[in-house]
Design a protein around this ligand. Structure first.
Ligand SMILES: [Zn+2]
Length: 303
């Protein structure tokens, strides 16, 4: 993690002139405002800097904890792991070290959980696993989650933090996940099952250009960088300077690419009425009747 590599900066504290070694892992300099903050403070504050409101990547476990009802999450397909289909040099090693670092087999966690008592099929990309990039397994798990949502007639909610885009080590197999996940989402739309997409910083390339951009409602965290090619590449290609705030959530909201910017601590308060409006107050009762005793055991609130 970035702050461990910045050890050399941890020599003075606040306004004191006295140089002081700080215990590693307790204090850090904010990446944005460069004020001293404790890791505990950040963690308690949803991984947002309490000084400047900078949004750090929220670890997967905490995303699940802050989004879903406590203890409601049941994971799917936790054991799916990538192979190295192209024998790409060093890819096996990269996967192994990402697995060791994150304690999971691949760069996404999917499952079923509840938000304020409403069941959803939930997925969250893991930025710590090769930058949240989409290889075959990530694409497959997104597709399976969409298929599960379709089969169980439950809304799908995916949180993307995919700064790595499509995973180049798998070549075309990785790129085809863009089409595959998009087709799975299209099936949901055809059957009227809601798909909510929350995009967090940073989400680029193949993730941004496929399922993440296909939500019936597209939510984004403040100041998240969201786009296909990065701003530097675009600037070099078109030979022009880009406008301020280009590819940030606020810019994309203004241009109509996203629908809502939501502060991280507020996510459940925003998702709940969306679930009610799009599904639970309108169609869920009929879905529940269709499902019979198969899976549906949820209460239909307000119906
Ligand atoms: Zn800060």
């Amino acid at each position: 993690m970035a702050w461990f590599r910045k050890k050399s900066k941890f020599t003075t504290i606040g306004n004191t002139n006295k140089k002081k070694d700080l215990p590693e892992g307790i204090w850090r300099l904010c990446d944005s405002c460069e004020e001293y903050i404790t890791n505990d403070e950040i963690k308690r504050n949803y991984h947002i800097c309490p000084r400047c409101n900078y949004y750090y990547v929220l670890p997967v476990e905490e995303r699940i904890k802050h989004t879903l009802d406590e203890g409601s999450f049941e994971e799917f397909d936790a054991n799916l792991a990538s192979k190295n289909p192209l024998d790409f040099d060093g890819y096996d090693q990269k996967i192994r070290s990402a697995q060791q670092k994150t304690g999971r087999y691949e760069g996404i966690v999917t499952g079923r959980g509840e938000i304020e008592g409403y069941p959803v099929i939930f997925g969250v990309l893991d930025f710590a696993f090769m930058g949240g990039s989409m290889g075959s397994v990530v694409g497959e798990k997104v597709t399976r989650a969409a298929e599960r949502a379709l089969n169980d007639e439950l809304p799908l909610f995916i949180v993307s933090t995919g700064g790595g885009g499509a995973r180049m080590h798998e070549g075309m197999l990785s790129l085809m996940q863009m089409a595959k996940t998009s087709a799975a989402i299209a099936l949901l739309k055809k059957h009227g099952i809601p798909f909510l997409s929350l995009i967090a910083h940073p989400t680029m390339g193949g993730v941004a250009a496929s399922f993440a951009a296909l939500g019936d409602v597209i939510l984004a965290e403040p100041r998240a960088l969201i786009g296909f090619a990065g701003p530097r590449v675009i600037e070099q290609t078109i030979g022009q300077q880009l406008p301020p705030g280009f590819q940030r959530s606020e810019f994309l909201l203004e241009k109509g690419m996203i629908d809502i910017i939501v502060e991280r601590p507020n996510i459940r308060n925003v998702i709940k009425p969306l679930l009610e409006h799009m599904w639970y107050n309108r169609y869920a009762l009929r879905a529940q009747q269709r499902q019979g005793n198969k899976t549906a055991v949820y209460a239909v609130k307000g119906a």
